[in-house]
Ligand binder design. Structure first.
Ligand code: MG
Ligand code: MG
Length: 257
C-alpha cells in the first residue's frame, strides 16, 4: 500500500531532508585523498545528531554504520572502515538517511576524489541527469513506471548499464515503503502518482554490465565485471504541479541545467 502523507508529515520529511542534505554537504567538504570512509561516517552522524535526528541506516537490517560509502566498482552499501582510505582518482558514492521525529530523508551522491578521469566524470554526470529525466514525469496522474522508463532510456542512450537488482522506494515513517521503483520499465504501467506520495528515486549506473553481486559481508554490492558505478538519489514529494525535492543541498536547484 502506498501511504499518502499529510501536510504535517511532509513538513517533518522536509526537515529530515534538510538534515540529510546538510550531512552530505559536510561529508563532501571532507572528501580528499587520504581520508578514511570511517571518518566520513563520523562526520555525517555528528551532523545528523546535532540537528536532532537519528541516522536511519545505523542498525537497519543490522547495517553497522550511519552512511554507505561505496568506492569505484562498489555500487551501494559499502561499509565505512578505518582502513578504507580514499585515493586520488577514486569516485565514492555516499548514501545518507536521517530520521527526524519518526520521518526519513534518503539521498545519495557520487563524488570525485581529487582529479578523476573523463570517463568517471561522465558517468557521475549522466547518473545525476538520469534522475532529473525521471522526475520530469513525477507528477499527478503519471504512472510510476514513466519515471522508471525515462531513467532507463537516458542511461542506455549513453551506453551505460542500469542496475536492476536494487530499486528506489517509497519513504516516510519507514525507510523503505511501497512502491518499489525500478530504474527500468515500460511506460504507462504501475500505480498512478498522487499528491502526497513521497518517493526515493535512485538510479544506480555502471560503466560496464549492470550485473551486481553481494560480497561475503552481506552488504557490499559490487559490479560483477569490476566496472565503476555511480549513484544519485533524492527523496521527493508529489505536488499538484509536479514534485518537490526534499533532499537538495544548499546551492543545488530543483531544475537540472
Ligand atoms: Mg539511499
Ligand atoms: Mg533509498
Amino acid at each position: 500500500m502506498i501511504v499518502i502523507k499529510s501536510n504535517r508529515e511532509i513538513e517533518l520529511m522536509r526537515e529530515a531532508g534538510r538534515i540529510t542534505a546538510l550531512a552530505h554537504q559536510k561529508v563532501a567538504e571532507a572528501i580528499v585523498p587520504g581520508i578514511s570512509t570511517f571518518e566520513l561516517d563520523r562526520i555525517a552522524e555528528n551532523v545528523i545528531r546535532e540537528n536532532g535526528a537519528l541516522p536511519s541506516f545505523k542498525g537497519y537490517g543490522g547495517f553497522p554504520a550511519s552512511i554507505c560509502a561505496s568506492i569505484n566498482h562498489v555500487v551501494i552499501h559499502g561499509i565505512p572502515k578505518k582502513n578504507m582510505i580514499l585515493k586520488h582518482g577514486d569516485i565514492i558514492s555516499i548514501d545518507i538517511g536521517a530520521c527526524y521525529k519518526g520521518y526519513h530523508g534518503d539521498s545519495a551522491r557520487t563524488h570525485a576524489v581529487g582529479k578523476i578521469s573523463k570517463e568517471k566524470e561522465d558517468l557521475i554526470r549522466v547518473t545525476r541527469e538520469s534522475f532529473y529525466k525521471g522526475i520530469a514525469f513525477a507528477k499527478p496522474n503519471h504512472h510510476l513506471s514513466d519515471i522508471s522508463h525515462a531513467i532507463e532510456s537516458y542511461v542506455k542512450m549513453h551506453g551505460y548499464g542500469i542496475v536492476r537488482d536494487f530499486t528506489g522506494h517509497g519513504v516516510g515513517s519507514n525507510l523503505h515503503e511501497d512502491p518499489a521503483i525500478p530504474n527500468y520499465g515500460v511506460e504507462g504501467t504501475g500505480p498512478l502518482l498522487k499528491v502526497g506520495m513521497t518517493l526515493a528515486i535512485e538510479p544506480m549506473v555502471t560503466i560496464g554490465k549492470p550485473q551486481v553481486k553481494i560480497l561475503g559481508d552481506g552488504w557490499t554490492t559490487v559490479t560483477v565485471d569490476g566496472s565503476d558505478s555511480a549513484h544519485y538519489e533524492n527523496t521527493i514529494v508529489i505536488t499538484e504541479d509536479g514534485c518537490e525535492i526534499l533532499t537538495l543541498e544548499e546551492g543545488e536547484t530543483n531544475v537540472e541545467k
